[in-house]
Design a protein around this ligand. Structure first.
Ligand SMILES: NC(=O)c1ccc[n+]([C@@H]2O[C@H](COP(=O)([O-])OP(=O)(O)OC[C@H]3O[C@@H](n4cnc5c(N)ncnc54)[C@H](OP(=O)(O)O)[C@@H]3O)[C@@H](O)[C@H]2O)c1
Length: 276
């Protein structure tokens, strides 16, 4: 991670295992494997992103790997996350396939994509991937407080990240508090509501007031709630726009106004509806 340390401190989050993770990343869910995905990753790296979030289930690890290589950015400057597809049996085996597709020796973060089949069965395989040096850090995704606590209870190496749906409209205060209590970093996925929250009246009105875009307001809210954020876009100008979130601050009033958009009741759950 040599040059990651060149990122200013405010752009890095120290995880409980001592590794550091850039607080802004590019997400590539629903980006087809091929030119579109490669371009998005290349544009993100050009715009200064040093963190890419992919998954075995996305089917685009090979494109992420190709873009990484052709970008010329040294491997150890980029924080790479992939996710274990929990319909498979063995995380330690599956990561070897991911590494081949990505063309790297290890990922920076490997997380269980969702707790299908229970919260703890896959963890020993995640720990094996970690012990073998295939993943520098390991974590979970879509885990509620109780599921997170079950893994922590069963773990030799505890999870350092829980990646969950999180935005002002899904302000899972209870889950965030539990993550903080257990020294697990909450990583906010779908921070723009997969695009839906960009049109919210409160969001657009704050954006107008602070002379920023809706996307920047939503992403900034995540940063000020101490989460890591991974917006997705396949458009160069939006990828650049989404990175310009470190040069302004939302006031306490603006933060509270956004907090009030929550529709989860401050839940400790990770999802209202589960797909697994
Ligand atoms: N662990 C999980 O189960 C899980 C689940 C969902 C997501 N994730 C991760 O989180 C990432 C982000 O979540 P997401 O993909 O649901 O969506 P998102 O980042 O909340 O929103 C992406 C959508 O907003 C649009 N957009 C992005 N920036 C914009 C801007 N500045 N102005 C206007 N529109 C903009 C994008 O369109 P264009 O692309 O056309 O620009 C796209 O339609 C995913 O890619 C994935 O890496 C993880």
């Amino acid at each position: 991670m040599s040059d990651q340390y060149v990122l200013p401190a405010e752009r890095l989050r120290e995880l409980s295992d001592g590794n550091r993770m850039p607080v802004l990343g590019l997400g590539v869910w629903q980006v087809p494997d091929g030119r579109e995905c490669e371009n998005a990753v290349l544009w993100a790296l050009e715009a200064g992103y040093r963190h890419i979030d992919t998954a075995q289930a996305y089917g685009n690890e090979a494109s992420v790997g190709r873009a990484l290589q052709s970008s010329g950015v040294p491997r150890d400057e980029v924080f790479l996350t992939t996710k274990f597809y929990p319909a498979r049996k063995d995380p330690a085996e599956e990561i070897e396939r991911s590494l081949e597709r990505l063309g790297v020796d290890q990922v920076d973060l490997y997380i269980i994509h969702w707790p299908q089949g229970g919260s703890t069965w896959a963890w020993p395989g995640m720990e094996r991937a970690h012990e073998r040096g295939h993943a520098r850090s390991i974590g979970v995704s879509n885990f509620s407080t109780s599921e997170l606590e079950q893994v922590i209870g069963a773990a030799s190496t505890p999870p350092v990240v829980n990646q969950v749906q999180f935005s002002p409209v899904e302000y899972r205060r209870g889950l965030l508090a539990a993550c903080e209590r257990h020294d697990v970093a909450l990583e906010a996925y779908s921070p723009l509501g997969t695009g839906r929250h960009l049109r919210d009246r409160a969001v657009t009105s704050i954006a107008e007031r602070v002379d920023r875009t809706s996307a920047q307001v939503l992403l900034r809210w995540c940063l000020q709630r101490d989460t890591i954020v991974i917006p997705k876009s396949t458009h160069q100008e939006r990828i650049e726009e989404n990175a310009r979130i470190f040069d302004f601050t939302l006031s306490d009033e603006e933060m509270s106004e956004l907090d009030r958009l929550d529709q989860t009741g401050g839940t400790e759950e990770a999802r209202e509806r589960k797909w697994w």
